[in-house]
Design a protein around this ligand. Structure first.
Ligand SMILES: NC(=O)c1ccc[n+]([C@@H]2O[C@H](COP(=O)([O-])OP(=O)(O)OC[C@H]3O[C@@H](n4cnc5c(N)ncnc54)[C@H](O)[C@@H]3O)[C@@H](O)[C@H]2O)c1
Length: 335
């Protein structure tokens, strides 16, 4: 399955195919010097499979985890590019989850004011969501994704076979992003997930999720308006993520964050789907603590906060509400 993210000169293909990792050179121009970036948790064989197909390659591996998504790791990527004398015609390939993708994309965006970047996402979350759309960033001073850019990849290769090595908790966290896309843009995808067919039809789940995201990004590449809907579940989700000290995964927090923002008549269907995926539907925490973790949220303006609500399957609306009102609503997911 192939789809195109249509952004004029910056358009690119997203290919979803089992085994595509070993045929990356059919889609990416690897006949040059290539920085292959990965992390210590990604089975080494994936980066090596890509590296083998390059005219010349340098593999850089940093320690796995969100803690690595910082300026010093980013500088280490720039160091590798400089030390190996990468030029404007060379490129970077990310082989990993969202952390590897975001970091490598941001290094490619900055080096020589931008060299080609390709993404080979290896977690379900990265395949469904983060590898497409061009948001690249690092965390700084405790703030997630606060330093970054919009920088589109030249191509994205999604090989569902690499998910075989992913643990089930990470897989479920990725599924949460598919539920998100389904809730706000694709009622049929929601029904597929509701029937419990997500695992057996994983290619379709990835394809439909990416397609839905691509159509939004095409209309609003730099999040001036419509793209904000992709933050459904994320406003509260980010607050819980920070308040939990990152003990919960991003997708798990998104799962929790969607619940109070979903119309009451639909909420039970949502929580049933989330539970079936082993995702949390209640958080053992304190509303005030979550709110203070959110106090610097980018989406907050004055005492108002823009929330994204799902009034009906496949639909969503943006709504500015008082911070206090939000505080009341989030109690829904607290134990
Ligand atoms: N750019 C965007 O639009 C966007 C969107 C959503 C999330 N993100 C970012 O993505 C990041 C989260 O990404 P993630 O959930 O992929 O986490 P991650 O990149 O930390 O990967 C999770 C873990 O899985 C391991 N792993 C990766 N692939 C594997 C495989 N095939 N088999 C076994 N282990 C594997 C990694 O080493 C890591 O330990 C966050 O930093 C978040 O901010 C970005």
């Amino acid at each position: 399955m192939t789809l195109t993210v249509n952004l004029g000169m910056r358009s690119y293909p997203v290919v979803i195919q089992r085994g595509i990792l070993s045929r990356a050179a059919d889609w990416f121009d690897l006949d040059r010097k290539v920085l292959v970036v990965t992390d210590s948790g990604v089975p080494r064989i994936y980066a090596e499979t890509v590296a083998k197909q390059c005219a010349q390659s340098v593999i850089v591996t940093f320690p796995a985890g969100e803690e690595s998504k910082n300026i010093s790791t980013w500088l280490s990527l720039l160091d590798a590019l400089t030390e190996h004398e990468f030029t404007r015609t060379d490129c970077v390939v990310a082989v990993g989850g969202g952390v590897v993708g975001d970091m490598s994309g941001f290094a490619a965006a900055a080096y020589l004011r931008g060299i080609d970047f390709y993404n080979v996402p290896t977690t379900l979350l990265a395949q469904i969501d983060s590898s497409v759309g061009g948001k690249v960033a690092v965390d700084y001073k405790g703030y997630k994704n606060i330093v970054g850019a919009f920088y589109q990849p030249k191509g994205v290769l999604i090989d569902p076979d690499v998910l075989d090595t992913l643990d089930s908790r990470q897989r479920s966290a990725g599924m949460a992003e598919a539920v998100k896309m389904a809730m706000i843009r694709d009622a049929e995808l929601f029904e597929l997930l509701e029937r419990g067919e997500g695992d057996e039809k994983i290619e379709e789940v990835i394809y439909r999720s990416v397609q839905a995201k691509a159509r939004v990004v095409e209309q609003d590449e730099t999040e001036g308006g419509l793209r904000q809907i992709l933050n459904f579940g994320h406003t509260l989700g980010h607050g819980i993520e920070t308040a939990s000290g990152y003990t919960l995964l991003h997708g798990e927090c998104v799962a929790l964050g969607m619940i109070p923002m979903t119309a009451s008549g639909l909420r039970e269907r949502l929580t049933t789907v989330l539970k079936a995926m082993d995702l949390p539907t209640k958080y053992d925490g304190d509303a005030e603590q979550i709110m203070s973790a959110m106090a610097h949220d980018k989406k907050r303006a004055g005492d108002l906060i823009t929330v994204i609500r799902c009034p009906a399957l496949g639909e969503c609306i943006l709504q500015p509400i008082e911070f206090e009102e939000f505080l009341e609503e989030i109690r829904e997911v607290l134990r």
